[in-house]
Design a protein. Structure first.
Length: 247
């Protein structure tokens, strides 16, 4: 790989002029500039060095055959539309110290299954353009039916819902798939997220509360059962659970 292929000024990668399929960015680069790799039709993989702290807007946008991006451990900020329309990008594991994910950073990445993010304080720019601080583990794309393991996918969908990420599509998806999502949480006795869901007062209703309590009983999830029963007592006309459930 030729160093001259990289146009670098004051540690900012202005433009990559090469045609290599696999690119290793020099380790003295701290910023990958706007449009630095944009519309590169040969780039298949890129290794980003630990020195990089900022990936600016549209830096890797419209790279149609980019399939692999390797991030180092370290702090990094990802700008607006940074990986937009990277159609072959499938999986992206971001470093633990990622601090910001810009608006539509992975928009139109149609093959992307998930973006993995270790838990921490991350600024996420939601689709309404508002910056909010949220503790999240995963950023999902609009295609919420992606092949993501349940133990990662479902709790995060509710966290995204809480921070108003994708307000147009996410609530509808959750309503349609709520029983599957919530039953999984009951099985795992994910009390923290069960409590968050109950606090929304949008998904667990008088019509389905008994079914969820029964599900908890049948799977011997006592703590979840108590939490749901208490919620029923506080929000609905309470009747002895045994009248409606097969104990």
């Amino acid at each position: 790989m030729n160093r001259q292929d990289f146009e670098i000024e004051d540690h900012v990668l202005i433009k990559y002029h090469g045609h290599d399929k696999n690119v290793i960015i020099p380790d003295d680069v701290t910023v990958i500039g706007q449009l630095a790799f944009a519309a590169n039709h040969t780039l298949r993989s890129v290794v980003i060095p630990k020195s990089v702290v900022n990936i600016e807007m549209y830096a890797f946008a419209w790279c149609p055959v980019l399939t692999c991006v390797k991030f180092p451990e370290g702090s990094v900020s990802i700008g607006d539309c940074a990986f937009r329309a990277c159609e072959m990008l499938r999986t992206l594991i971001l470093p633990e110290e990622v601090v910001q994910i810009g608006w539509k950073a992975f928009d139109s990445c149609n093959c992307l299954e998930f973006v993995g993010i270790p838990e921490g304080e991350i600024k996420v720019q939601s689709s309404d353009g508002v910056m909010t601080d949220n503790k999240i583990k995963l950023i999902c794309m609009k295609n919420y039916t992606m092949k993501i393991k349940y133990d990662v996918k479902y709790p995060i969908l509710f966290q995204l819902y809480e921070c108003n990420a994708d307000p147009e599509h996410l609530p509808e998806y959750l309503r349609k798939n709520f029983r599957t999502v919530f039953c999984w949480m009951i099985e795992k006795e994910d009390l923290k997220n069960i409590h968050k869901i109950l606090e929304t007062e949008r998904f667990v209703s008088e019509r389905n509360i008994d079914k969820f309590i029964q599900y908890a009983i049948s799977h011997r999830k006592i703590q979840a059962q108590l939490l749901l029963t208490d919620y029923k007592y506080q929000h609905f006309d309470f009747r002895e659970t045994g009248e409606n459930l097969k104990l």
